[in-house]
Write a protein that binds this ligand. Structure first.
Ligand code: PLP
Length: 447
């Protein structure tokens, strides 16, 4: 067959390991023989070169919200490429695809949001967020407010600035220090501290770390707090309900911008359109990517509330920023088709009211009592299972990474792709996953 002919001609695995620097790999230990060649995707499934079928429990990298091969997205992309394959937003130029996309986007966004800048990735969007926080405070007459506070174990991307903002140790070591005035507070991760405080008290306590940091650094020097509403790559860590309202109160009190990284949480992942709506807070800026185009083509963005947008647009003279591919019509057409399916096609509604609660219930019913599952976090189409052992399931494994990697490999053997962060198993299936596909996912997890 078509794919088979290709595979006979080239050794993709050798090229893969010998010609690339690969994401988050130790190249010394990479073996071509262990590599996987994926050749096809349809719905929530992928197939490798041997014809093995996998249920993609992570929707790519939390992005293929509509599953693989969705005809509406393919048709939108093809039609756009035939009609207008490139058009910049430079020189006061626009096109129907980008205008329609932004009209639809702002229909879906809560009203304080008023302008968007498109990027090609979540990392770029977070870079831009840092830049515009500082620019905003310059224009607002408080140029001293340069510091950004983020969280340990947060992930905001891989570019110099976004990785500096992130609190993942190795990434931060590679980029940290290249951007000045970034500080971190602890993540609201309560596992292991459960006896110390009840959940509500823990949420408030964790949020007050931000207040303590602002007071330590001086409110006149702190420009923004940046965080994922729930940490995705950090392990799908859902803070207690008391956390975000307290963070919001603190940011308002000290005039610190509240910036949400919605790259993973946005576009229906929790069953709410945006994760900040799920947690009940209102950011001043938010970054988006991934689900915006269902991962079919690269696109991200930074969305600004009116106060920020007006200051940047009206007070600063020429806005000296632009990208060649900002608002690319191909990405715009695919994003528009994605949003139409999520909204008019009722997919976010389905995750909120049917398949999301179903996934959460099945995970808890089938795996909540497992001898190694200590807690389950999540909402809608995203969840994490914390593995631990002992009579009270409160003993953490000494080598959590090995436990996680073992589970990931075992899951693959059973035809399930998932992700692990230390000893937390993470699932985030496509938003279109049916109840039957969710049953299959949970069944494979139990094996
Ligand atoms: N922000 C969050 C929360 C992410 O999870 C990611 C990627 O996983 C990013 C930002 C970076 O996005 P990208 O990989 O598109 O640059």
């Amino acid at each position: 067959d078509f794919v088979g002919q290709f595979l006979a001609k080239k050794d993709y695995k050798d090229i893969h390991v010998s010609r690339h620097l690969l994401p988050f790999e130790d190249h010394k230990f990479l073996k071509a023989a262990d590599a996987r060649v994926m050749v096809r995707g349809a719905g929530v499934y992928l197939w490798d070169e041997h014809g093995n079928k996998f249920l993609d429990g992570l929707s790519g990298l939390w992005c293929t919200a509509l599953g693989y091969g969705r005809p509406e997205l393919i048709a939108a992309a093809a039609a756009q490429m035939e009609t207008l394959s490139y058009c910049s937003q430079y020189f006061n130029t626009t096109n129907p695809a980008i205008a329609e996309l932004s009209a639809k986007l702002f229909d879906l966004l809560p009203s304080p949001f008023s302008r968007v800048l498109y990027t090609n990735s979540g990392s770029e969007a977070n870079d831009l967020m840092i830049k515009l926080v500082r620019r905003f405070w310059q224009l607002a007459g408080k140029p001293g407010k340069r510091i950004l506070i983020a969280r340990h174990n947060g992930y905001h991307g891989a570019t110099i600035a976004s990785a500096s903002l992130g609190g993942m140790k190795l990434m931060h070591e590679l980029s940290g220090g290249m951007i000045d005035d970034v500080h971190h507070i602890d993540e609201p991760y309560r596992f292991g501290l459960r006896d110390a405080q009840d959940e509500t008290a823990f949420g408030v306590h964790a949020a007050r770390e931000l207040e303590a940091k602002i007071l330590e650094l001086g409110a006149d020097r702190v420009g923004a707090f940046v965080a994922e509403p729930f940490q995705g790559a950090g392990g799908v860590i859902f803070p207690p309900a008391s956390y975000w309202p307290e963070i919001q109160r603190i940011c308002t009190r000290y005039d610190v911008l509240l910036c949400a990284d919605e790259v993973v949480g946005g576009f229906g992942r929790t069953g709410s359109w945006f994760a900040h709506e799920y947690f009940g807070f209102a950011p001043d800026m938010m970054t988006i990517a991934k689900g915006l185009t269902s991962g079919y083509v690269p696109m991200g963005g930074l969305v600004l509330t009116q106060r920020i947008a007006d200051t940047l647009a009206d007070c600063g003279g020429t806005f000296a920023h632009g990208l060649t591919y900002q608002g690319h019509p191909l990405a715009a057409a695919v994003a528009l088709a994605t949003l139409r399916l999520l909204d008019d096609g009722g997919i976010v509604d389905m995750v909120e009211n049917d398949t999301g609660p179903y996934l959460q219930r099945c995970l808890r019913e089938v795996l909540g009592g497992h001898v190694l599952v200590a807690e389950i976090h999540g909402a809608g189409a995203v969840a994490a299972l914390q593995l631990a052992y002992g009579r009270h399931k409160d003993q953490r494994f000494s080598n959590e990474n090995m436990v996680g990697l073992y589970c990931m490999r075992k899951a693959l053997e059973h035809g399930l792709i998932l992700r692990t962060t230390a000893a937390r198993l993470i699932v985030a299936p496509a938003l279109v996953a049916t109840r039957a596909e969710i049953d299959e996912l949970v069944g494979k997890l139990r094996l």
